[in-house]
Design a protein around this ligand. Structure first.
Ligand code: TMP
Length: 234
């Protein structure tokens, strides 16, 4: 094993660099679902996720959102700022789908009056359980002002990304973000790719995201290539 490897995730590996404030992220050709119970090697996936995430993060940075990205090193590697990652998966939903549809027995695709924000506690061992604000405070995962800031940023990112994807004829159904602390600030970390959002074609309503893999209803690489081509063409 590479001595510099500090964390091996399901879709990315993290390495130390010569600079203690910077890390190297390597996007992997691997897809998992159901908390890693299904795992497949998918050649080409790492490059696609890295390229899509780079376009999305660049757009967010241009619109005033601070992120951990410093620069890309190759088509599947990025240099990032080292942060103290807040162990929360922050989910925003514009439309009913996935676990929300299942949990409340609702029809897929129904528009929500206002975006819904949910927190999940990042723990592979526990299967990323739902966690409410009061539990976040009680477990000292984040302070009230941090919770407020994270929610505010998530809503702001949603407002920026809805038109970004709409130009590519894609509806942003829901997505997952992660945040990290650095120098008394909270910034956007992780990635934004079809692995962690739902994108539906505005005409056919077909999925162009990881549901293709979760539900085994198509080719992941073909699907992610379509997303990349459409957002490049904007
Ligand atoms: P859910 O409907 O399964 O709760 O997923 C909501 C959103 O979060 C969806 O865009 C997919 C994303 N997501 C992740 O990024 N990682 C995960 O582990 C899960 C379960 C969902």
């Amino acid at each position: 094993m590479d001595n510099n490897l500090i964390y091996s995730g399901k879709a990315k590996d993290l390495f130390k660099t010569e600079n203690e404030n910077e890390l190297l992220v390597v996007y992997k050709d691997q897809a998992t679902a159901f908390n890693g119970k299904r795992k497949e090697i998918i050649p080409g996936k790492g490059v696609l996720n890295c390229r899509i995430s780079t376009l999305v993060f660049d757009y967010l940075i241009d619109n005033g959102i601070e992120t951990h990205v410093i620069q890309n090193i190759s088509d599947h590697e990025q240099l990032i700022k080292k942060t103290e990652v807040i162990p929360l998966e922050v989910v925003l939903r514009n439309r009913v789908s996935g676990s929300f549809a299942k949990k409340f027995d609702l029809i897929d695709g129904e528009t929500l009056e206002e975006p819904v924000i949910e927190f999940y506690f990042k723990s592979d061992k526990l299967g990323d359980p739902f966690i409410n604000d009061s539990q976040v405070l009680s477990l000292h995962i984040a302070t009230q002002s941090e919770i407020d800031f994270v929610k505010q940023q998530t809503l702001k990112i949603n407002k920026l990304l809805i038109p970004f994807f709409s130009k590519a004829n894609l509806d942003l159904i829901d997505f997952k973000l992660e945040f990290g602390r650095i120098d008394d600030k909270i910034i956007l970390v992780d990635e934004f790719s079809p692995d962690n959002c739902r994108l539906w074609d505005q005409t056919s309503h077909n999925s162009l995201d990881k549901d293709i893999f979760r539900q085994q209803k198509g080719d992941l690489v073909d699907t992610y290539e379509k997303v990349l081509e459409r957002i490049i063409a904007e």
